[in-house]
Design a protein around this ligand. Structure first.
Ligand SMILES: Nc1ncnc2c1ncn2[C@@H]1O[C@H](COP(=O)(O)OP(=O)(O)OP(=O)(O)O)[C@@H](O)[C@H]1O
Ligand SMILES: [Mg+2]
Length: 205
């Protein structure tokens, strides 16, 4: 019996990490066995790739193609060494960002052609997809206000608002195409967001 793979998506400050803590508590109450990971990262080597992706490097710009390939290198490492084995043991896997982030950030945000992204995804993931993606949709202005309240900004958070508007649009366009994506209005308070997420999870379980 295979476990369920559930991913959480949305622009900076949408409330992914906050919601994941709530969902972890809910899964524990239900006595559902799970592992919780984040992308990029989640294994020792993938976290090293995360550091390159997230840390601003004024001395040398990470080019868009390297960014794309490194994202998928980290993702393949996590999926092959941690996520697939956990699912095979019947565990639920919850993941803070996954493949849809690449569609939104490297596709929508950076403007890399979708057919090139699809080709790299095919190498990295084959047909592996989430059972459910909860997309926390928020006006990027509000999201950035929330994110800024936490302090130091990473390499992505230093982008302009127009970048995040493109990211948001790419997320919402994908949600129209892919049936496993559930859009949640993340401008609502934490309680309302949690209830919407739990309702989607109950439908799946
Ligand atoms: N529904 C909500 N209403 C108001 N504030 C919220 C809500 N959800 C989260 N916050 C607050 O907004 C800030 C950002 O939330 P959080 O870290 O969960 O976002 P995130 O999506 O994980 O961001 P990032 O993409 O940067 O990791 C936190 O200070 C959190 O307490
Ligand atoms: Mg977070």
């Amino acid at each position: 019996m295979s476990g369920l793979f559930i991913t959480f998506e949305g622009t900076e400050g949408a409330g992914k990490s906050t919601l994941i803590k709530e969902i972890e508590r809910w899964l524990r109450e239900k006595e559902i066995d799970f592992v919780s990971v984040r992308e990029p990262g989640g294994t020792v080597l993938a976290e090293k790739m995360r550091a390159i992706l997230k840390t601003p490097s004024p001395e040398e710009k990470l080019c868009d193609k390297s960014e794309l390939l490194l994202m998928y290198a980290a993702r393949a490492q996590l999926v092959e060494t941690l996520i697939k084995p956990a699912l095979a043991q019947g565990k639920c896997v919850i993941c803070d960002r996954h493949d849809l982030s690449t569609v939104a950030y490297q596709g929508g945000g950076r403007g890399l052609p979708m057919d090139e992204i699809d080709a790299v995804r095919n190498v990295a993931l084959g047909k592996f997809r989430p059972d459910l993606t909860l997309l926390l949709d928020i006006d990027p202005k509000l999201g950035m206000q929330r994110a800024r309240s936490r302090g130091v900004l990473d390499r992505f958070e230093l982008e302009q608002l127009s970048f995040f508007e493109r990211v948001r649009k790419a997320y919402l366009d994908a949600a129209k195409r892919l049936p496993y994506i559930k859009v949640i209005d993340a401008s609502k308070n934490v309680d309302e967001v949690r209830l919407a997420a739990i309702s989607a999870l109950e439908d799946l379980l």
